[in-house]
Write a protein that binds this ligand. Structure first.
Ligand code: PMP
Length: 285
């Protein structure tokens, strides 16, 4: 069965799923997207992802030519049409084809694209033994320039930090905000554990409100782990007992070294492991 991609309101074979070279999504990164996961054919936190997609679109004054309900239905249909059980879904909404100028009012037809794929995981070793990070010299976008709350098609800020991480042999990189506080990683949110307390940067640190972040905060509260969303510094990271990242693709992944400093015992910690187990249970509920 050839892969089916949703575009312009219908499912078509992947080779026929094309957009115009005049699409401002391509010309200017003018658009928004979501990354979702399905577990056993069921999309995890579908409503939350659809809401964030519509919020991102609203923030850039892009009108999505579908209702949230129709979007959720189209995502489910794309997963089903591709026979995906455990998979990754990418939803993209572009500003549409326009002229060569910036003016979004000259774009006529926003494109809604949904791709369902099998998931390519980080190697198991990262989950068993933990990741190493560096702190990138690239600061996260200033919220007054381009809010990190918007999951836009312009990911250059994150890509530049990712390149720096990869050059240093790290698959993820820590990004600070314009105040020098910890923000997030290039495609993941960050959590610390110190003296049994879980903490993660607040939304106003200039981060994406991760769906996985929110799920892990819920799990921590259920597990009666004291939790706070508060400004964190690099110092807090270096002296943490445990550190882990969350994201749709990565799920929950431990971090054991940052800027060549060993975090905690240098091994994934007990609270990280407990929350990882709870997360795996939650996604299949
Ligand atoms: N921060 C950034 C910058 C991201 O792109 C993502 C998504 N890949 C996340 C955090 C994690 O968000 P979620 O848990 O919703 O995937």
């Amino acid at each position: 069965m050839s892969r089916q991609v949703y575009i312009s309101g219908k499912l078509v074979p992947a080779e026929q799923a094309t957009v115009s070279v005049f699409d401002h999504g391509l010309l200017y990164g003018d658009g928004v997207f979501e990354g979702l996961r399905s577990y056993g054919r069921k999309v995890f936190r579908l409503a939350e992802h659809v809401e964030r997609l519509f919020d991102s679109a609203r923030a850039i004054r892009l009108e999505i030519p579908l209702s949230p309900e129709a979007m959720a239905k189209a995502i489910n249909e794309t997963v089903a049409a591709n026979g995906i059980d455990d998979g990754y879904i990418r939803t993209v909404v572009t500003r549409g084809a326009g002229t060569l100028g910036l003016d979004p009012n000259r774009c006529s037809d926003p494109q809604v694209i949904i791709i369902a794929d099998s998931i390519r995981l980080y190697p198991k070793e990262f989950y068993d033994n933990g990741l190493e990070l560096i702190t990138s010299s690239v600061i996260r976008n200033h919220p007054a320039a381009l809010s990190p709350r918007i999951k836009s098609l312009n990911y250059l800020n994150n890509i530049l930090a990712k390149i720096e991480g990869l050059k240093a042999g790290c698959v993820e990189a820590l990004m600070l905000n314009h105040k020098g506080e910890v923000a997030e990683c290039t495609g993941d949110n960050i959590f610390l554990v110190k003296h049994g307390q879980l903490s993660t940067p607040p939304l106003d640190a200039g981060i994406l409100e991760g769906v996985t972040r929110n799920a892990v905060l819920e799990l921590a509260r259920d597990a009666r782990i004291p939790t706070s969303e508060r400004p964190l510094t690099k110092h807090d990271v270096y002296v943490a007992d445990e550190c882990f990242l969350t994201g749709t693709a990565a799920e929950v992944v431990p971090v054991v070294k940052v800027d060549d400093r060993i975090i905690g015992s240098g091994k994934p910690g007990p609270i990280t492991k407990d929350l990882t187990d709870r997360f795996h249970e939650m996604v299949r509920r």
